[in-house]
Design a protein around this ligand. Sequence first.
Ligand code: PLP
Length: 389
Amino acid sequence: MISNRLQHTKPSATLAINAKAIEMKKRGIDVIKFGTGEPDFDTPDNIKAMVVKAVEEGFTKYTATDGISELKEAICNKLLRDNAIATKPENVIVSNGGKQALYNCFMALLNPGDEVILPSPYWVSYADMVELAEGVVKTVDTTGNRFKLTAEMVRNAIGPKTKALVLNSPGNPTGAVIDRKEIEAIAQLALKHDFFVVSDEVYECFNYTGEPSFSIASIPTMKDRVFTVNAVSKTYAMTGWRIGYLAGPADFVKGMATLQGHMTSNPCSIAQKAALEALNGPQDSVKAMATEYRKRRDFVFETMNRIPGFKLEMPEGVFYAFPDVSACYQGSILDSVSFSQFLLEKARVAVIPGIAFGQEGDRFIRLSYASSMKDLEEGLERIRKAVGE
Ligand SMILES: Cc1ncc(COP(=O)(O)O)c(C=O)c1O
């Protein structure tokens, strides 16, 4: 029998729906996929060129477990340049995607029974990762405030076992951006009640509020209690390359390197060179992608709110729309799973049921607009027809 630990761990729902859509496509069914969260752009050419060079130069052996020193330096420079976070290479670890960085973090931070405050709806993997690390998830419902976490919500969730809070702004799946003044007030709470903050900033560049994303680790008093997680995956359209990183207190980072050393050793040597070019090279492709996502966001907002039963708050960031579709629940369609199945079968459009992002998400579905305008136009029209019949 499989271990107790894994019996309660669910497969990632976002990957599951994608698998079903792929299987339908293989059978010749024309499915439009709004499921997975990955950019539809190609990795920029300057990054690809660096990889060819790395291969030709034979950079194909094990590296330091926690990443090559040039990349750790580049990460420190990036954090200072873009996020006003002053840190050193010994505070940084490079991992196999943001995912491994987060998993390392919860494993290094949590003892059995420690509580982690998780604003909900939340990205699928946080809850399972916390539970694998034997922590306890305490969700905070943000649905009543356009998904925007406030310090007041956090204050109400703090208890004697609170060990950490997860921030994800701009956030997956909701697109919400937490107000800077709330982040500052949350920092005060972390100091007063002595908890850590895991700040997942993988979508920092896709923020359409007009204000740059604000990093809680830039508050000097928070230096020893924030783990900033980021990745090249979304920012540079490099999801397959698997490079993420974390900056945080050095003693924890050392523990994470030990864990990573037993799990995977270093992240791919060549991909590390690619990440180095991504961080140090020209950044114009990032701006171009953000401009394009914003255009699509505006289109999706307009079009989706004209679909009967759909209610979409304006997403402030990221490349997801998270509409409330509960007005469409009737007859055999009772929840986000049956509604998503209905859309896949009737409209041939793959979306993610909101329940995948926590109980509070069940009135919603998630659609990624990191898809071509043609697919967005066609997919939303198919949905409109399916729910209108
Ligand atoms: C909020 C959030 N954090 C982290 C990740 C992990 O990213 P990576 O592909 O770098 O592992 C994702 C990926 O979907 C995400 O949405």
